[in-house]
Every structure is written in C-alpha cells, then in structure tokens.
Design a protein around this ligand. Structure first.
Ligand SMILES: Nc1ncnc2c1ncn2[C@@H]1O[C@H](COP(=O)(O)OP(=O)(O)OP(=O)(O)O)[C@@H](O)[C@H]1O
Length: 565
C-alpha cells in the first residue's frame, strides 16, 4: 500500500506544481493519473516513485514512512516518458545487460536469456530483437523501455505515459499486460492522456491545472462525480469549472476517503484485461541483487560494447590524439634536450604540452560520459545499481585507452627525437606521471559530467576547465614569478604536478645548469626549485586529485539520483 499525504511540489522559482495531494493506493491496484497538459501528472508520479521527493507532505510505502517500496533493490520499476535506453545497442543485447543488473545474483545465463525472450514476446518485440534500439519506431521503443522493467516483477511499477505513441490496439494490449501485472500483485501507477487507459484502471486520480487533486476514486465514480458520459468529458468539465482550487470541493474527490469508499469493485477495469502476459513476462525477483563487483564487471562490458558500436565516437577518441601528435611534430624541432646544444625554452614547452595533452584527453574522454546517461542511471538506481561500480566502470574502460594514447605520445615524440634517448626506466616513470595526469583529468571530466544537465553544458565547460590548467600550471609563467593569488591557485591545478614531475624525470634542472646554452641558467633562476621534487610526490598528489574528484562525482550522483529502495 502507498499512502500519499499532503504532498506538494515546487519548481525553481517557487511556483507550486502540486498542492496538498492525498490519496491511498492499495496493493495490486492499477491506478491512472489523468489531467490536462501541465497539470502535474509526471510531477505527482515522480513524487510517489521517489524520483523527485516532494517538497511538502510525505509518501509512505506499506506504512514504513521511508518513501521506498520493495525491501530489495528490485522492488520498484520506473518507465519515464522519454526513451532512455542506449540507442546504439541491439534490443536483445540491451535487455541482456538490463537482466544482468536486475535479475538476482547468480542467475544462470540461459535463465536470463529465457526471461529476455519472454518479455520480448509479451511486448510483441520478438521480431525486433536484433534491431538497433535507435532504429525502432517510437511505439516499439516505448515497449522496449517497458520490457526492461518487466524482466523482473517489480512490487510497484510506475509508468509515465506508457501508451503515448502507440496505436489503439497496441495501447489496449499494453493496458491488458499491466492489468495482468496488477492482478498478480504488482501495484501499477501510470499517467495517461488516453481515456480508454483510465477507464481500464481501478482508480483514477484527476489533477486540475494548478496541481490540485480534483478527484480520486474508481473511473465509474469519476464519471458520476463529473457528470460525464466518458472519461474524455472529464477534461471538458474541468476546462469549464472556474477556478482550479474550487474543483476539489465541487467534484468532491480531493480527499481519498470520499469517493474511494464506493470501492475498487466498482471499477470496470478488472474485467477488461486478460493479463497472463504480464505474469509470464515477469521474471523471478527473489534473491539477492548482483553485488558491487558483478555490477562493475557488467557495466564495464556494456561501456565497452557501447563505445565500440559508435564508430564516430571511436574515430574521435582515436583520431584526436593522432592529430595533436602531428601538430607537436611540426611545431617542435628535434634535439631540444641534447646536452651539447639544448634549447631550454623549447624543453619547457615540450614538457608543458605533453602534460597538457595527457590532461586534455583525460578531460575530454570523461566529459560526455555521464550527462547523456543520467536518465538511464536514475532508472537503474531504482533497480538497485550502486554509484561506486557505475563510476569505476567508466574509469575501467577509459583508462586503458588513455594509457595507449599517453604511451603513443611519449613513444612517437621519442622516435622523432623531440624527447631525449633515455632508458626504459625513465620512460616508465614519464608514462606513470602522464597516465596519472590523464586519470585525474578523467575524474575531473566525470565530475563535471555528473554535475551538468546535458552534453551542450559539458562542452561549454571545456574552456573553463582548460584555461586555468594552461595559465596557472607554471609553464608559461613560472610559479615563483606569479602574483600571490595565482601562486595559490596553481596548487589546485593537477596539471602543474604532472608538468613538474615530467621535468624532474627528464632532468631539466641539470640540463639547464650544465648544458651548453646560455639561456639555461637564467631560466633555472626564474623556475627556482620547480623540478627538484621527486616524481613520486607528484604521483601522490595526482592520485589525491583523482580520489577527490571521483568521490565528489559519486556524491553528486547520489544527490541527483533516487536511492535504490
Ligand atoms: N524542472 C522544472 N522546472 C520548472 N518547471 C517545471 C519543471 N518540471 C515541471 N515543471 C512544471 O510543472 C508543471 C507540471 O509539469 P508535469 O510535467 O508534471 O505536467 P504533466 O501533467 O505531466 O504534463 P504533460 O501531460 O504535458 O506531460 C508544468 O507547468 C511544468 O512546466
């Protein structure tokens, strides 16, 4: 049972979108939230589901007051209005990954496969199983989105406009499926604009345009209360009923005690559906959900799968380092590090741009990762996904790629004599510094990606993140020469520690002091002891940045996604 008591919601700016909504949803009921466009249906659904907890009032599940249903990670299913499954992946594979997250730990592969086949069949999608989700029709995608949640049998199932974009026959089939789920014990709450959907439900919540609950009770009683021939007439009555706040008293349904007493039995809905489909499709939700390591492994596989499927992304990920390398090759002359004829100014720039390259690729690989996926994450959090494995699965896929890019950068610059001939040990140390630099930047990219709302904002953040890492690193203007606030800021630049670590390993102090260039000693004078610290200290600092950025990323995501029930 779900009890909604005095629930109100406000949006940014303080405007009220829901006002004092109280209603009780019985276990195994099929409930429709209806009302005009913008009345607050999604807002109410999200408040009840815990997606956006209400600003006022409370939602109690089974009287526990936690606002969370279930009792395990798979107690609650949520299907939002928009398509939020990965578009590049074939449908069956999407469902296999979803099954891995949602089915109990240790479910054998063939059993998961059967659960996937069953939902495909129940939602008439078997013929589309091999098709890319992005190439499905709108209605098929909607059903695919529902299929994900039907892999398990959630105790409570929320759907935002599940029948929008479906033809009447498919919509009726879907309602029959939901009826079947409800009959087998799942509480189903949905929003809809389709009168036949509401007529097939046990209860309808009618929202007036100001977010007031105008009525709550069985559809038959709603028609009586509004003196409407059909559900569609309710909209007409609401439109001509004066001030929104009068509606509740006028139609007498604002308090769920009132009309509800006329009883669930009055509902015409129970007769309308067969419902076996729902029972067949739903898998067995009993058993412990997948553990943190299993989630991490599954998400890592899925990330890799998604990355390799999107050729354009792969081309950008692989192509941009090659372009940057080509630019380095035409910009710098060979032999800048040669002790016989060093070029101290060029050595600073080579060091700086290598460090910045490592930083830039880490940042740009991280920035698009989470923002575009946040709706998927929200939904999977309700299914029991943990934030730690989610964030670490991003790192697991991108870090090896960054290692290749960094090694390539050092190898090619060495091969072209832009870097000096030193032993493997030196190059191992350089690679460690550069990879830690990339890792810290990747973590920063993930942090920003978790904080913004879309890919456009993430892209706009790029210059803001890069500029300080150029200006305050201490390469173009040495740290000892900076104004005091700039010097303080330079401590917060992860890139600074990579630049200095690289310089230490390559022995630039010695090269400038004793190399045969008159420019060396004055340069050393202005850079001071910039390069004297052991690289291990810089590694520790870079690792510290990484940990801080990843922890903050996790905290932001915990705040932005509902807790797993
Ligand atoms: N994040 C937000 N910021 C500002 N206003 C919002 C936000 N989310 C919702 N609203 C406003 O809250 C009101 C209710 O929105 P909601 O999406 O719940 O309506 P709805 O009844 O589901 O509409 P529709 O049938 O058109 O989907 C609308 O006026 C909408 O503009």
């Amino acid at each position: 049972m779900i009890e909604v008591r005095g629930v109100g919601q406000r949006v940014d700016g303080g405007r009220r979108t829901l006002r004092d909504v109280s209603l009780t949803i019985g276990s195994g009921e099929l409930v429709a939230i209806i009302g005009g466009s913008g009345a607050g249906k999604t807002t109410l659904l999200d408040a009840i589901a815990g997606i956006r907890p209400p600003a006022e009032g409370e939602v109690r599940y089974d009287g526990d007051g936690t606002g969370k249903g279930g009792g395990n990670g798979r107690g609650l299913g949520y299907v939002p209005q928009d398509d939020i499954v990965h578009l590049e992946m074939p449908l069956r594979r999407t469902l296999r990954y979803a099954a891995g997250l949602r089915l109990p730990a240790g479910t054998p592969a063939d059993r998961a496969g059967r659960a996937v086949d069953a939902v495909l069949e129940a939602l008439a999608l078997t013929g589309r199983a091999g098709q890319r989700v992005g190439s499905l029709s709108g209605g098929e995608r909607k059903r695919a989105s529902i299929a994900v949640e039907l892999l398990t049998r959630p105790r409570v199932f929320f759907l935002d406009e599940p029948t929008s974009g479906l033809d009447p026959a498919t919509a009726a089939d879907l309602m029959r499926l939901l009826r079947g789920l409800a009959d087998s014990g799942t509480t189903v709450v949905l929003t809809t604009h389709h009168p036949p959907d509401a007529a097939a439900c046990d209860q309808v919540a009618v929202l007036a345009l100001d977010g007031t609950l105008a009525f709550y009770g069985p559809p038959g009683a709603a028609r009586e209360a509004f003196q409407a021939d059909g559900i569609e007439d309710i909209y007409v009555r609401l439109a001509g009923a004066g001030e929104p706040h009068d509606w509740a008293s006028r139609f007498g349904g604002a308090q769920d005690g009132g009309v509800r007493e006329s009883g669930v039995q009055e509902s015409g809905g129970r007769e309308s559906g067969g419902g076996e489909g729902g029972s067949e499709a739903a898998g067995d939700a009993a058993g412990a959900p997948a553990g943190a390591f299993a989630q991490w492994a599954l998400l890592t596989r899925r990330n890799l799968d998604l990355m390799t499927r999107n050729r354009l992304t792969l081309a950008v990920l692989g192509g941009s380092p090659l372009m940057v390398l080509a630019m380095f090759a035409v910009l710098f002359r060979p032999g800048a590090f040669s002790p016989e004829s060093p070029s101290p100014g060029a050595t600073v720039m080579i060091l700086f741009w290598i460090a910045f390259g490592g930083f830039f690729f880490g940042l740009t690989y991280g920035l698009p990762q989470i923002c575009a996926e946040l709706p998927v994450l929200r939904r999977e959090r309700l299914a029991g996904l943990r934030i730690g494995p989610y964030v670490l699965a991003k790192v697991a896929v991108l870090l090896p790629l960054l290692a290749v890019v960094d090694a390539l950068m050092l190898g090619v610059l060495r091969g072209l004599d832009r870097l000096p001939a030193l032993g493997w040990r030196t190059y191992g140390e350089l690679l460690a510094t550069l990879l830690l630099c990339s890792l810290a930047a990747l973590a920063l990219g993930l942090l920003v990606s978790a904080a913004v709302t879309d890919a456009v904002q993430a892209t706009m953040a790029l210059p803001m993140l890069c500029f300080p890492q150029v200006l305050f690193v201490g390469a173009i203007l040495p740290v000892p020469v900076m104004a005091a606030p700039g010097r303080w800021l330079s401590f917060a630049m992860s890139n600074r520690w990579a630049f200095e670590g690289l310089g230490h390993t390559l022995g630039v102090e010695r090269l400038w002091a004793s190399g045969r260039s008159p420019l060396g000693p004055p340069l050393l004078g202005s850079y001071g002891d910039t390069f004297s610290r052991a690289a291990a200290v810089d590694w520790a600092l870079l690792a510290g940045f990484t940990v801080i950025f990843l922890v903050v990323t996790g905290l932001i995501l915990v705040r932005r996604t509902p807790n797993a029930p």
